[in-house]
Design a protein. Structure first.
Length: 213
């Protein structure tokens, strides 16, 4: 399934804290099968086809939205595909240029009300990035991940989100076929934080028969 051109239904809210305003975009409906939790190698989620598509669309939108907090409330997601007993976590994607202090998030989240319905047409991720520059000493386009207050924050620049997005693109477009051709195959997206060589965000495509059994 091609990601580009898919429609992502969202709610858009503006939250004011003192003199500051924050634009928050979140799914119009909760993701059903995408429990997120801390695992042995970092943060992990196990997703079905629908959840994989929504996470990838949210990531592509965040890549192009430097003034927006993209919020995926995953704590209440169905845990049928999880290998963990929790605690489970939410996910927020944002650009470092926003200068948002993570300690403010609980206040922002508490003020979310309703929201304006908006449909985003996914523009995909564009051409493959120049991977050769990722580990150059002068490269500042890096992702940073933190877990604060039961929320996973992924913070970076547009090029950094672009690189991580390639993994999610393959998860959506390639994993269903791989799982159909070779049932039981491990198919995942591995997104690294900064220059680390281990997978900090590990999103595993879960057999839908197991999820919906």
């Amino acid at each position: 399934m091609k990601l580009e051109g898919e429609r992502w239904r969202t709610l858009v809210s503006t939250v004011r804290l003192g003199k500051d305003e924050y634009r928050v975009v979140r799914p119009a409906r909760p993701l059903k099968h995408a429990p997120l939790y801390e695992g042995y190698m970092g943060v992990e989620s196990r997703v079905d086809k629908s959840a994989a598509r929504e996470i990838a669309m949210a990531w592509a939108f965040a890549m192009r939205s430097p003034r927006t907090l993209v919020y995926l409330p995953l704590k209440q997601s169905d845990r049928a595909c999880s290998w963990s007993d929790g605690p489970f976590l939410d996910l927020v994607l944002m650009h470092h240029s926003l200068g948002f202090r993570l300690s403010k998030w609980q206040e922002v989240r508490a003020k979310l009300r309703g929201g304006r319905p908006h449909t985003v047409v996914c523009q995909g991720f564009g051409p493959e990035p120049d991977y050769s520059r990722l580990f150059h000493r002068d490269n500042r386009d890096l992702l940073r991940g933190e877990v604060v207050g039961e929320t996973v924050f992924v913070v970076g620049s547009a090029p950094a989100f672009h690189v991580g997005g390639q993994e999610l693109l393959r998860l959506v477009e390639d994993c269903p076929r791989h799982m159909h051709e070779s049932p039981g195959t491990h198919c995942c997206a591995e997104i690294t934080e900064s220059r680390r060589h281990w997978k900090w965000l590990h999103v595993v495509y879960c057999d839908e028969h197991r999820v919906h059994a």
